[in-house]
Ligand binder design. Structure first.
Ligand code: PEP
Ligand code: MN
Length: 251
């Protein structure tokens, strides 16, 4: 019994970076490779992602390893282009309520599975509302939900966002809710040393899988979300325990 594991860098930076990470992830039996080519950054002077070049890099890593790709779609103009590369199309937290984007993705990428990330200040009702757009506008493939932490008064003292494990637990208890729930422990942690604990907490609450940001090794200096990136070596040891917790929860 294993949770679905998605791992990879926050942002695609170079072929060497992505291919070397992908090769190691494949050895760890990770299910999918993540990496943002189009990045939603808080500030315009931060690295914005490589765009189309980043998608080509992901395709190359896919052909080298066979790993499926998870990557974010930000703009209506890029739907077809990103959906061609993505095996799982990520709709980021900041776009969860971009209703026009949701409608157009549903219509124009109806056969591509979606990973819908909860808005960073979205209620459960708003998250469910976002799902109705995908359904109503003709999306046919699987949609997974991702809990990635919400804004609370605690943020900034010891975490970046507050991981809402109660949302995961409550959705798992709802017999009418048919979607997979993925926990993202990296963005709520905001720092590498908390990722492990939040991963276990999410799986213990019932998550079906996890999406985790990684870097190749200690020397690597990611251009995006560097503080929360764990090394592949750290990932390896935490995946063993995550699997054990998942087995306990699901047996
Ligand atoms: C990400 O997964 O890299 C990302 C930008 O996530 P979020 O939309 O949850 O901030
Ligand atoms: Mn990130």
């Amino acid at each position: 019994m294993s949770p679905l594991i998605i791992a990879g860098p926050c942002a695609v930076e170079s072929q060497e970076q992505v291919s070397s990470i992908a090769k190691k992830l494949k050895e760890l039996n990770v299910d999918m490779l993540r990496g943002g080519a189009f990045k939603p950054r808080t500030s315009a002077d931060s690295f914005q992602g490589l765009g189309k070049e980043g998608l080509d890099i992901l395709e190359q890593a896919k052909s080298e390893t066979g790993l499926s790709i998870v990557t974010e779609i930000m703009g209506i103009e890029e739907i077809e282009m990103v959906a061609k590369t993505a095996d799982l199309l990520q709709i980021g937290s900041r776009n969860m309520q971009n209703f026009d984007l949701l409608k157009k993705i549903a219509q124009r990428a109806s056969d591509t599975p979606i990973l819908l990330k909860r808005g960073l200040a979205a209620t459960k009702k708003e998250l469910m509302g976002a799902l109705t757009y995908l359904e109503a506008y003709g999306h046919k493939a699987e949609v997974m939900i991702c809990e990635r932490g919400i804004r609370t008064f605690a943020n900034g003292y010891y975490d970046r966002f507050t991981l809402d494990t109660s949302l995961i637990a409550s959705l798992k208890k709802d017999p009418t809710f048919k979607h997979k729930i993925i926990v993202d422990p990296s963005h709520p942690a905001g720092r590498a040393d908390l990722v492990e604990d939040l991963l276990y907490a999410g799986i213990a609450a019932g998550a079906d899988g996890a999406m985790i940001e990684v870097k190749l090794d200690k020397k690597a200096k990611p251009l995006c979300d560097a503080n929360q990136a764990i090394t592949i070596k750290q990932l390896e040891s935490m995946l063993k325990k995550a699997k054990e917790i998942y087995t306990i929860v699901n047996s």
